[in-house]
Design a protein around this ligand. Sequence first.
Ligand code: URA
Length: 235
Amino acid sequence: MRLNKFLSNSGVASRRKCDELIKEGKVFVNGKQVKELGTVVNEKKDKVTVEEKVISLPSSFVYIKLNKPKGYACSASDEKGRKTIYDLIDCDERLFSIGRLDYDTEGLIILTNDGDFANKVAHPKYNIEKEYRVTIEGDIKESELAVMRKGVVIDGERMPSARVEKLSQDDKYTKLSVVIDEGQNRQVRRMFEAIGKSIRLLKRVRIGQVRLGGLSRGDYKDLTEEELNLLVRGK
Ligand code: URA
C-alpha cells in the first residue's frame, strides 16, 4: 500500500495532508526517514511512525456526526490551547474531520478514521452541498441577495455563487439559508462581510443529504448506513 494511503487510512489526516507530512520529513518507516511520496509499505510488517507515534490501520471504521458548539477548534491540537472538537468525543480511534468549521461557527461536522471515505467525500468532483443557517444584524435588501447569488467580488476575485434565501426577519435580526457547494476558507463569513453585514450566528445544518437533525450542541452519533451511502453518492 502507498505510504500516503496507509497514513490517511490510519486516520492520521487527509491524503493531501499526509503527503505534506511525508515531504516535511515527519514520517519514518522502520526507523528511516522517508520523504519519497511514492513509497510503498507492507502494512503487516513495516513499522511506520509519525512524530514518534506508531501508526496502524484501524481495526474497524467509525463515522460520526457531531454538533460542534461555538468556541471549539477543529484541529487535533490548538496552538492557542483552546478547546477542540476532540475534547467532545470519547473514541479510542484517531478521527479526523471531513472539512472544518471556524472556531465561532457551530453545527454539523462529520468525523471518521476511514481515509478513503474522507477523500471521496471531500473530493471536488462530488461538489457536496453544505447548507448553513445565518443570522445577521438588521435587514438585507433583495439587491444584496442578488449579489450573493451571483458571487460577491472580493479583491477583484469573484467568489463562487451561493443559493441564498431569506427565512425570517424581526426588528433586530434576519435569518437566512445559504447553500454552497465549495468550501473555501471562511466562505460564508466573507460573503456577508463583502456586503457589509455582520453575522451573529453561523450554523451548518446539512452536508449533502446528511442533516444535523435534532442533535444537541456538543452531542454526536454514528452515521447510519443510509447516510453513508448518500454521502459517497455525492450532492
Ligand atoms: N463558512 C464560514 O465562513 N465559516 C465556516 O465555519 C463555514 C463556512
